[in-house]
Design a protein around this ligand. Structure first.
Ligand SMILES: [Zn+2]
Ligand SMILES: [Zn+2]
Length: 262
């Protein structure tokens, strides 16, 4: 039997349309500890605080280091250390660590003062229970959630980035130039594909162009493809007419499990 879980999109915007919310997803199992946030951009902590749900997030997975995916970690780390005394589990692939800490978070998080008011230094592990992932395609096991498998992808040439399989039936591209796969890791058919897309331009740059997805994906794959991480102009487009499932909307929730995709 498959693990039942849901995915709630806290935002669906691209790096250049943050008003649609950063494209980050809350993955929830049946167990109250089985709450995983895929990416934590700068719009996500205020969104979760608004929903009174930030303290429920026990696990955070980072797919790559762009502000719409990691820009909220500073405030989550500070709230965790100084207010709630919770330490969320943070899953980071080793290839992302330097960019994440030295390139992004250190300026705002490392320097502090000790009890005596003297300068002191903090590290990422002072804020989060850090799990550094070493394999090329690591599997993350969290009780109550499906196995999460990272898959290296091509987003910006030379920059590490990962797509995500949730169990064997759901593929989440995060940011990529690559087309989604036809099947799950074991060869089983996918139930749902969440694919980032670029609405303007027809050739691959840093995100998969909608035009290319429409042209190159077979109809049965398009039918289960939910488009996310999009820019302006989406209202004028008809994704169903192009063969896709839909544009994911902010706060849209998807349920997966024993009864299939609900
Ligand atoms: Zn992004
Ligand atoms: Zn990105």
């Amino acid at each position: 039997m498959q693990t039942q879980f849901s995915m709630t999109f806290l935002g669906v915007g691209s790096g250049l349309t943050p008003e649609f919310g950063n494209n980050n997803v809350l993955v929830e199992g049946q167990d109250p500890d089985a709450v995983l946030l895929i990416d934590c951009g700068y719009t996500t902590p205020p969104k979760l605080l608004d929903m009174k749900r930030l303290s429920e997030v026990k696990h955070i997975l980072i797919t790559h280091v762009h502000a719409d995916h990691v820009g909220g970690l500073e405030v989550v780390g500070h709230l965790s250390r100084f207010i709630t005394q919770q330490r969320p589990h943070l899953y980071v692939h080793e290839s992302l660590l330097d960019e994440l800490w030295d390139g992004s978070l250190r300026g705002g998080m490392s320097r502090t003062q000790n009890r005596e008011g003297e300068p002191a230094m903090l590290a990422l592990a002072d804020f989060f229970e850090v799990h550094v992932l070493h394999e090329r395609a690591p599997v993350i096991a969290i009780a109550g959630l499906p196995e999460i498998t990272l898959q290296p992808t091509l987003h910006v040439k030379g920059k590490p980035a990962f797509s995500v399989f949730l169990g064997d039936r759901v593929y989440y591209s995060s940011d990529t130039q690559l087309l989604p796969p036809g099947e799950g890791l074991s060869g089983a058919p996918l139930e749902a594909i969440f694919q980032d897309c670029q609405l303007v331009g027809g050739s691959s740059n840093v995100h998969t162009p909608l035009e290319q997805l429409a042209r190159e994906l077979p109809p049965e794959r398009k039918r289960i493809t939910h488009l996310m991480h999009y820019g302006h102009g989406w209202e004028a487009l008809d994704p169903q007419a192009l063969g896709f499932a839909e544009f994911v909307r902010p706060l849209q929730r998807f349920d997966f499990g024993a009864d299939g995709h609900g």
